[in-house]
Design a protein around this ligand. Structure first.
Ligand code: ADP
Ligand code: MG
Length: 729
């Protein structure tokens, strides 16, 4: 095995960058060339079919069979002209990542001749066997069928010579088995609720979309070194490895230029992303060595989610051309920063107004204030559920460790807006505002734009921060499908906006003027949700204490965090908005428990194997060598000098023995703990047992392995070390 490490090191040192040419220097020349977008639809579809698809995209109108046939035919022609040899319904099951079922266009015509064909039926609906995807009990074996159904709001694209059609994935009984279905429903609910509120300010608003701009962090590792680490291959994270003497302490990686090979990789995936219509805008080094980030220009939320999961696949594929492996895991390496996926979120009207961007006049500013405060209130009400939406085995290593927002969900809005809301609140005592106060308030609102432009203070520790014209949800994990967090966020805001409209209307019906009614409700909301606002250092111990006093939850246990999905409040949110039925929500929670259990189980097994088969034999080999050495000394030197000469060596031998004994004992205990956990029938209890009884062994055992790594002869150490993994050029 040590041979593999050295071979991998050797290989990794002789890599040369593989340059990749863009079709043109101008991205706009080829942006979206592999996407069946509006322009191509117009060219390949009849005017009638085109109009129907546009209606479906904008208003969610149904597409009938005849039109679907026309669309399929146009899509097929375009796809074949552009090199596609097969098609696939592309969907996002409840596992992480994407799935697809490929078919060729081959069929036979009436004369028995082979032709390429693709019908509206095949475009609109498919029937992949659902039995190999998690369903949380929704799918019984007797109804193993699942259906994928076309989502016209996300355009088809060609990826790896396959015409890929974004679809939802539902069970035979019509229940969602994927992430896209509830996301689309949440976005629909938000659209409706936000349009209703916008009507107070502008009657021309007919649609509101949620916008999402994600920032994807990731690590790169040389492929050969990755392959020499079974823990990376099987779990995407290193289960052992001593810290490198130098890693991120000099904070030099962040500012360094990107190494040539890495740059070649990034360039290639960016070019391929542009072809797929993914508008990547920025790339840069991140804090940890080998860590990078990319971010696109924001898009409509559903499309942005599709683009994120597609890009993650694309990155993995392109990395291989450069002998690199991409790690999207939240914590591939201990001791250095992990990876997140900041989700920048806002709402945009059909009239082109960003609802979280302060406007140019009092009316749009009041609108801004309304959406701002409603967002804060929604986050306050559903903070626990938002916490649950980012909970995962991988993300548990980040949340609460001093590099990522804590498990306490709070909102940062900056000093100026805080001052403004504080002023609003002070006036609450008065039932009716004096004319002077009204003017003052309005002036305050008018002042918003300059205030925000000056407002450069940024709180990097807040999980949910206002950044001038959007909120940034920073607690999302790098490997997560962002749909999961977006389902919760958009639902929470939708529910809140509905509530807001009800209260404002109630006041209006009582004879209060519209603007004042809006002011009054905003003021009350601002007071109600004040506990969730926090401007200080979220990493500090004081905040944890303070948060408890404010009644905010700090659930650091992933499995317990999932419980927040099952509260009455959460159920009401999903069912009330028709985002998910109770059965769908329950099923997802079961999938979460099951995934949790399996992932920790795999990590525990991999660690156990590596320790017993790699680490202990290596340590014993070295120890035997030391023992032979000591025996030699004993033969060579007089008795009286022996102990003085051999003392360091004897300590080493003893030290190694202690570590080995400790590791062996703990591995056995861990196996026993797994046996106990595996017998538990209840899925939640089982996951909880893994979280509380098995998980701790991983770090405990690792500690001693990492100590051995420092002692044992480097020549025989089998696994690539952190210093070797982390400085890929
Ligand atoms: P940062 O300082 O965090 O890098 P940027 O202004 O560069 O901030 O934006 C980061 C991300 O926010 C980008 O992905 C960008 O597309 C996204 N973003 C900007 N405006 C919006 C918006 N209105 N809605 C959603 N995302 C947005
Ligand atoms: Mg950011």
């Amino acid at each position: 095995m040590a041979i593999l490490r050295f071979r991998a090191l050797e290989e990794s040192m002789h890599r040369v960058p593989v340059k990749y040419e863009a079709p043109s220097n101008l991205i706009s020349d080829y942006f979206g060339m592999n996407v069946f977008d509006k322009k191509k639809m117009q060219k390949y579809l009849s005017a009638e079919a085109f109009e129907h698809v546009m209606e479906a995209i904008e208003k969610g109108a149904r597409i009938d069979r005849k039109i679907a046939d026309q669309v399929a035919s146009g899509m097929k022609t375009w796809a074949i002209e552009n090199g596609a040899v097969r098609y696939a319904h592309w969907f996002q099951p409840l596992t992480e990542g994407t799935a697809e079922k490929h078919d060729t266009f081959l069929s036979f015509n009436e004369q028995g001749m082979a032709i390429e064909s693709f019908s509206g039926t095949l475009l609109a609906q498919q029937e992949p066997d659902a039995s190999s995807f998690p369903s949380g009990g929704i799918r019984n074996t007797f109804e193993a069928r699942g259906y994928t159904a076309w989502d016209p709001s996300s355009p088809a694209f060609i990826f790896e010579k396959t015409l890929s059609i974004p679809t939802i994935f539902v069970s035979y009984t019509g229940e969602a088995l994927d992430n896209k279905t509830p996301l689309l429903k949440a976005l629909h609910a938000l659209d409706k609720a936000a349009v209703d509120v916008c009507q107070y300010f502008d009657k021309n608003v007919t649609k509101v979309i949620a916008t999402l701009g994600w920032e994807q962090e990731y690590f790169l590792v040389d492929e050969a070194l990755y392959n020499a680490r079974p823990d990376l291959v099987l779990t995407e994270r290193t289960l052992m490895g001593h810290a490198s003497s130098k890693d991120q302490q000099l904070e030099d990686h962040y500012f360094n230029s990107i190494p040539e090979r890495i740059d070649a990789f990034i360039t290639e995936f960016e070019i391929e992303a542009y072809k797929l219509g993914i508008p990547i805008k920025t790339r840069h080094n991140e804090v940890a060595p080998n860590q990078y980030e990319c971010a696109p220009i924001f898009e409509e939320c559903n499309l942005a989610v599709d683009h994120n999961v597609l890009l993650m696949d694309l990155m993995k594929q392109v990395a291989r051309h450069h002998n690199l492996t991409v790690l999207h895991h939240e914590k591939p390496f201990n001791y250095i920063n992990g990876s997140g996926k900041h989700c920048n979120w806002s709402m945009m009207t059909s009239t082109g107004i960003n609802l979280l961007s302060p406007g140019k006049n009092p009316k749009t500013n009041l609108q801004f204030l309304a959406f701002l405060v409603n967002t804060i209130k929604a986050v306050y009400k559903h903070a626990d559920l938002l916490r649950a939406s980012v909970a995962s085995v991988g993300n548990a290593h980040r949340l609460g460790a001093n590099e990522a927002p804590p498990a306490i969900i709070s909102v940062f809005i900056g000093a100026q807006l805080t001052k403004m809301l504080d002023e609003l609140e002070r006036k609450v005592g008065n039932k009716k505002m004096s004319p002077d106060e009204k003017i003052e308030l309005k002036l305050n609102v008018i002042k918003v734009p300059q205030i925000l432009l000056d407002n450069t203070d940024r709180n990097r520790t807040s999980p949910f921060a206002f950044t001038g014209n959007k909120f940034e949800f920073r607690a999302v994990g790098a490997s997560a499908n962002p749909a999961v967090a977006m389902i919760v966020l958009n639902s929470a805001i939708a529910e809140q906006l509905i509530e807001f409209k009800k209260e404002v209307d109630r006041l209006i019906n009582k004879g209060v003027k519209k603007d004042e009614a809006i002011f009054q409700v905003i003021r009350q909301y601002s007071i109600d949700s004040k506990p969730v606002r926090f401007e200080g250092n979220n990493y500090s111990e004081e905040w944890k204490k303070e948060a408890v006093k404010r009644g905010l939850k700090n659930e650091t246990n992933t499995v317990r965090a999932y419980d927040f999905y099952l509260t009455d409040k959460s159920k009401k949110l999903f069912t009330g908005l028709d985002v998910m039925t109770e059965r769908e929500n329950d099923a997802r929670t079961r999938v979460r428990w099951d995934t949790y259990t399996k992932k920790i189980q795999i990590e525990a097994r991999v660690l156990g194997d590596l320790v017993m088969n790699h680490i202990i034999p290596t340590a014993m080999r070295y120890q035997s060598e030391l023992i032979r050495n000591v025996q030699g000394i004993k033969e060579l030197f007089p008795e009286k000098d022996f102990s003085e000469i051999a003392v360091g060596r004897l300590d080493l031998i003893r030290n190694i023995s202690e570590h080995i004994s400790y590791i062996k004992t703990k591995v056995n205990e861990m196996i026993e703990a797994r046996k106990v956990a595996n017998k538990i029938e209840d899925e939640r209890e089982k996951a909880l047992e893994y979280a509380t009884k098995v998980f701790d062994y991983l770090e405990d055992i690792r500690y001693h392995v990492d100590k051995l790594e420092l002692i044992v002869d480097d020549e025989i150490w089998p696994l690539p070390k952190y210093r070797e993994l982390l400085f890929t050029r």
